[in-house]
Ligand binder design. Structure first.
Ligand code: 1GP
Length: 245
């Protein structure tokens, strides 16, 4: 199995870099996607994620991936469900939603998606996924049990089990457009309880200060989506804060 994107990520992290991933929603016009990609590549983002919880057609996912591929950075599917899979991407975050009550998001989607991922030849980035807050589309669709913000030890246990299961990544998610980012104690707890787990944090990150704090507290990769659409200037500052702390 190919390992190119994982190597691209780990080689940078090993050098002490913090990475920034730009989340692109395929439910947008291709013109807008082109502009976002151009601006974010100039800003220094490290990869593109494509996906959404609702309303993504396989055709939109493919068109988006094709457009983003022209910018030379890794394009990674961040699937809300199997409809987001496309062979035009380089890799997929193969997500296990850890704090759900619905087994479909732990085993069902993975069972349906695995043979498709194989046919498409996508690189697999095995990822434990935790959605912290209740108030987002992903939380509703994924039927999650929220994580109490004063209980980082719960995140530490999830991180430990993620690593024990052999998954390489843990994505701590506030939910797209969340009013607050996840607490800094969460990536810190995840990092402290594990050896080699790569910690991704996203959801509600809108300022360079917040991005920097999360990175200083253990986040290896910061994901932003909403701010990229709202203010390219702020998005640029966020990338800059991660690259020049
Ligand atoms: C959502 O973590 C991502 O899955 C990004 O969230 O849109 O709030 O930046 P935002």
């Amino acid at each position: 199995m190919q390992n190119k994107v994982h190597e691209y990520i780990t080689s940078r992290i090993e050098k002490g870099e913090k990475l920034h991933f730009t989340l692109v929603d395929p439910d947008k016009s291709l013109d807008k996607i082109d502009k976002i990609a151009k601006d974010m590549v100039e800003a220094g983002t490290d990869a593109f994620l494509i996906g959404g919880s609702l309303a993504v057609t396989p055709e939109e996912a493919s068109e988006t991936a094709k457009t983003l591929k022209e910018y030379g950075l890794p394009v990674i599917v961040f699937p809300g469900n199997i409809n987001c899979l496309t062979k035009e991407a380089d890799a997929v975050l193969f997500l296990l939603l850890l704090n759900t009550t619905d087994i479909y998001y732990v085993i069902g989607a993975q069972l349906a998606g695995a043979p498709i991922i194989k046919k498409y030849g996508l690189e697999v980035l095995p990822t434990g996924y935790i959605v912290v807050y209740q108030d987002s589309a992903v939380a509703h669709v994924g039927r999650i049990v929220p994580i109490p913000v004063k209980k980082p030890e719960i995140i530490a246990s999830y991180a430990l089990m993620t690593e024990m299961l052999g998954l390489k990544y843990l994505y701590i998610e506030g939910g797209s457009g969340a009013s607050h980012p996840v607490p800094t104690s969460f990536p810190r707890a995840a990092k402290k309880s594990t050896e080699n787990l790569i910690v991704i944090v996203g959801g509600g990150i809108r300022s360079p200060e917040v991005a920097r704090e999360l990175a200083l507290n253990g986040a290896d990769i910061i994901v932003t989506g909403t701010i990229v659409e709202e203010s390219m200037e702020k998005a640029r500052k966020i990338v800059n804060a991660l690259k020049n702390p």
